[in-house]
Design a protein around this ligand. Structure first.
Ligand code: ATP
Ligand code: MG
Length: 392
């Protein structure tokens, strides 16, 4: 099945230079070419990393496949970067192994042609220009100089190619890192939080870039904390928490299995609606002016309301977001919690309080410093961290 997938991918890219190379076999690959079924894949098997007392990665087994974007998710400190470093042999596993195209990274004689990665955009000699940084990489990996121009153009840095990278903004540095990953025209690409620091146009660009690379049949593995972005970019998800595998599933299945689907109803006769729902045996809960109903279709609820001549102002199936599903699944694995103002130590609260000892009232709505519209009482920006819809 997988072999067939890869063959299809290879055929559809027959005009591509690297694909022809992979099919005919580079000198490196001739003689000991891995089976077709493992080409373009990252295979992690029981991957484990311990730093002293800290078990950073705990027996991770999963496969990253070609032709799709695979998102790598997990709370802060879950072990994503450590896993990616081990994939590139930058960190040695305590036990287990990772294979790229069926081989260990160190067995790849021309690694940039197999896997391109952006792990840390700051891992660049700041005194070198963008062009020279890429040229060094190209020359030490047998990549032609013309390719440097190509990737600079792809990431939109041609205009600043001769500028030293220590003068680059965060987003420009990310683009340079992405250029480095693309340099060897590899079949496998790995990005650790690539949208960090990118402006909206840059985020849109990298989403299309990743989807485009996957559509060409390449393997794209990307970590991010931007859930809304991941929902638009990834087809498949690997989710980890405290080093352990929590999910290895398609995006749609992940959301379906880890979040609550419900229908929101609003009526001027809310109390009567609640009675009717209760009599029909449908679990309903009031939510402000609305009513939320689990486990019944919007069509059935609409017909029920019609039979009882109840006027509805809203009848809307609620689609759970990736963010809700992620927070539901990883709630038990979050190591580093933010605290809202009410949870600050008393000493800190006292020093922040005005002289009369009473908490200061927020400025009236519409004035500078006022909370945004819709902010619940006592709910500052940090208070939304926990999913209010999370089942307990
Ligand atoms: N070189 C190191 N020495 C000791 N501990 C480390 C080292 N690198 C990572 N760790 C620890 O391993 C755990 C996993 O870290 P890692 O950076 O892989 O997490 P992450 O999922 O990438 O987090 P984030 O989302 O914040 O980037 C953390 O507890 C971290 O402190
Ligand atoms: Mg990280």
């Amino acid at each position: 099945m997988l072999s067939a997938d890869v063959r299809t991918v290879v055929r559809s890219r027959s005009g591509d230079r690297r694909t022809r190379c992979a099919l005919s076999g580079t000198p490196e690959m001739r003689g000991h070419r891995p089976p077709l079924s493992v080409l373009y894949m990252i295979e992690s098997e029981g991957l484990t990393k311990r730093y002293g007392d800290k078990l950073a990665v705990d027996g991770l087994t999963f496969t990253v496949r070609p032709g799709i974007v695979t998102g790598f998710l997990g709370p802060n400190g879950a072990g994503k970067s450590t896993t990616m470093r081990m994939m590139l042999d930058l960190d040695h596993p305590t036990s287990g192994q990772v294979r790229i195209d069926g081989r260990h990274y160190r067995q790849l004689s021309n690694p940039l042609a197999h896997i391109g990665a952006l792990l840390d955009a700051k891992a660049v000699h700041g005194g070198r220009s963008a062009f020279n940084h890429l040229l060094c990489l190209a020359q030490s990996n047998g990549i032609p100089r013309a390719r440097v121009h190509e990737v600079l153009d792809t990431v939109g840095l041609t205009g600043v190619a001769k500028k030293r990278s220590n003068g680059f903004s965060l987003g420009m540095g990310q683009r340079l890192g992405i250029a480095g990953a693309l340099l060897g025209d590899p079949e496998i690409l790995m990005f650790d939080e690539p949208v960090n620091g990118l402006d909206p146009e840059g985020i849109h660009w990298i989403r299309n870039l990743m989807r485009g690379l996957a559509a060409q049949g390449r393997t794209v593995f990307v970590s991010s904390h931007l859930m809304s972005e991941m929902a638009l970019t990834a087809d498949h998800l690997i989710v980890i928490g405290q080093g352990r595998l929590l999910a290895d599933t398609s995006m749609a299945q992940f959301i379906r299995e880890n979040s609550r689907a419900y229908v929101r109803m609003r009526s001027p006769e809310r109390e009567r609606l609640l009675d009717v729902l209760r009599d029909a045996g449908h679990p309903a809960s009031p939510a402000g002016e609305a009513v939320e109903v689990d486990g019944v279709s919007a069509a059935d609820l609409g017909e029920l309301a019609a039979r009882h001549r109840i006027v509805l102002h809203e009848l809307s199936p609620q689609q759970a977001s990736l963010e809700e599903a992620f927070m539901q699944l990883t709630a038990g694995s979050v190591e580093y919690h933010a605290h809202s103002a009410e949870q600050r130590p008393m000493t800190e609260q006292r020093s922040a309080a005005p002289e009369d000892g009473l908490p200061e009232a927020p400025p009236p709505p519409g004035t500078p410093g006022a909370p945004p519209p819709g902010t619940p009482p006592g709910g500052g920006w940090g208070a939304g961290w926990r999913n209010p819809k999370r089942r307990s």
